[in-house]
Design a protein around this ligand. Structure first.
Ligand code: NAD
Length: 452
């Protein structure tokens, strides 16, 4: 079994490292942020992810996983190094490669000290625009190691497709794995690792060259984001047709196997650490090549519209937002995570505050993270019902299971004015429309007056 090292322990690095360790691999995982590394070493993940805590504790206890802040130590103990550092957006939308460059340099420095005949494989798992691995990572490692790529060390691109909130399951059961190597030997080595790791549960392995591998990641995310923006566009049309319901439209077109039912949930739009960043990076990268990708730009614009339209809905219901109390149910960019990066809730709250509304919010996991960002600009509730108390309008932002258990009475009994804007379509329109003012994404009115 190959020995593995990971450089950077965010969602991707930590979850992947833990999954390999759970299958008996010897993994040394390095995180530059010492406080974070200490926390992880104590079995306490710095973010919430289902199953991660239990698996982390087990991997630390059985010794398969070692946590360090010393990249060199991690690299020298391994045969394969995964670079899993962040690639955040710059203000112009392009990605910042500073963490990738620095990590590559450090990998090279460690490789200079590595003795042994077998070539070390370096795998770029971070999402990077096409050309990065060959034009930035490769020369950085070559310069600091004094070795030639494909000779002294091997190099692959292996983009990651896990979804936060489903990261462990996604890593153990991916739809496919992309392996793009600088030569056959690199690709073979990484494919061998995955064949062994997945064994009978082997997903399709796509072998390709490095720039194609890098582009696959962007194409994947741009397609999914476009699919969501597409159904949101249909939702906005539905809202202007009495009785029309985007949920039925999605249910129907999802039966077409060429479309499939996934990513057809109309709502407030997508957020998170990947879609917005990756789409902006793809647009910027593409423009740099002299091509303006209008479809991707429209996808991004359509997403931004969803928050604006939701504020308009609240304003239409309440007349003015000035002095009104708005309850926000859900802050995380999606359920089962406490991640607020590019969360629609933040955009929405900032827009509501700008219009003079008072906001109180509740999220089962993300209240603490929100407090760090929004500070005392809003109030925080410790339950959904507490959040609804005396509100003039409630907006459902994140589709947590907990919120699906609410009843119309929870709204009517607690709110000053029971107006509910269902931004994720989790409530039954008929049941709710009978008891309170129910407005929902993609639901034309008056729905109740039109026979099914
Ligand atoms: P992150 O920013 O949350 O975590 C990266 C970690 O790397 C941080 O903890 C940082 O301190 C550490 N780091 C930075 N430089 C380092 C260095 N030189 N040595 C050691 N540690 C270092 O990132 P993430 O969300 O895990 O994403 C990592 C990459 O994977 C990004 O390119 C992202 O686009 C991509 N990706 C993310 C997801 C996701 O859901 N989060 C999914 C697929 C792909």
């Amino acid at each position: 079994m190959y020995k593995l090292s990971f450089i950077g322990l965010g969602s991707v690095g930590l979850c992947t490292a833990v999954c390999f360790a759970s299958k008996g691999y010897e993994v040394t995982a390095s995180e530059i942020d010492r406080a974070k590394a200490t926390r992880i070493r104590r079995g306490n993940p710095p973010f919430y992810e289902p199953s991660l805590n239990k698996m982390l504790v087990k991997a630390l206890e059985n010794g398969n996983l070692k946590i360090t802040s010393n990249n060199e130590e991690a690299i020298l103990k391994s045969d394969i190094t995964f670079i899993t550092v962040g690639t955040p957006s710059k203000t112009d939308g392009s990605i910042s490669l500073s963490y990738v460059s620095k990590a590559s340099k450090e990998v090279g420095r460690a490789l200079k000290k590595k003795v042994g005949s077998a070539a070390h494989l370096v795998v770029v798992k971070s999402t990077v625009t096409p050309g990065t691995t060959l034009n930035i990572v490769r020369p950085a490692i070559e310069r600091s190691s004094g070795q030639k790529c494909c000779e002294g060390f091997l190099l692959c691109s292996n983009p990651e497709f896990l979804r936060e909130g489903n990261a462990i399951r996604g890593t153990l059961n991916p739809d496919y794995v992309v392996v793009g190597g600088c030569n056959e030997r690199s690709t073979d080595m990484l494919e061998h690792l995955y064949r062994e790791f997945y064994s009978e549960n082997l997903p399709p392995i796509i072998r390709t060259n490095i720039p194609t591998a890098e582009l696959i990641k962007y194409a994947n995310n741009a397609f999914l984001a476009t699919k969501v923006s597409f159904i949101n566009t249909i939702a906005n049309i539905c809202e202007r047709i009495p009785g029309a319901d985007v949920r039925k439209v999605a249910e129907a077109i999802g039966k077409d196997h060429r479309i499939n039912p996934y990513f057809l949930d109309a709502g407030l739009g997508w957020g998170g650490s990947c879609f917005p960043k990756d789409l902006k990076a793809l647009i910027s990268f593409s423009k740099g090549l002299g091509y303006d990708p209008e479809l991707i730009q429209a996808t991004l614009r359509a997403n931004e519209d969803q928050v604006r339209f939701t504020i308009q809905k609240a304003k239409k219901e309440l007349g003015t937002l000035r002095g009104k109390s708005i309850a926000i149910l859900g802050l995380a960019f999606k359920p089962n995570t406490d991640d607020l990066r590019e969360a629609r809730s933040l955009e929405l709250i900032r827009g509501l505050l700008k219009q003079g509304a008072a906001v109180k919010a509740y999220d089962p996991m993300a209240n603490e993270n929100a407090r760090r960002i929004l500070k005392r600009k809003i109030g925080y509730a410790s339950s959904a019902v507490e959040c609804l108390k005396n509100a003039d309008c409630a907006i459902l932002v994140t589709e947590w299971e907990e919120f699906k258990k609410l009843n119309p009475e929870d709204f009517t009994r607690n709110m000053r004015k029971p107006v509910l804007i269902d931004g994720r379509r989790i409530f039954d329109p008929e049941k709710y429309s009978e008891k309170l003012r129910y407005v929902a994404v993609g639901l034309g009115e008056p729905a109740a007056l039109i026979a099914p």
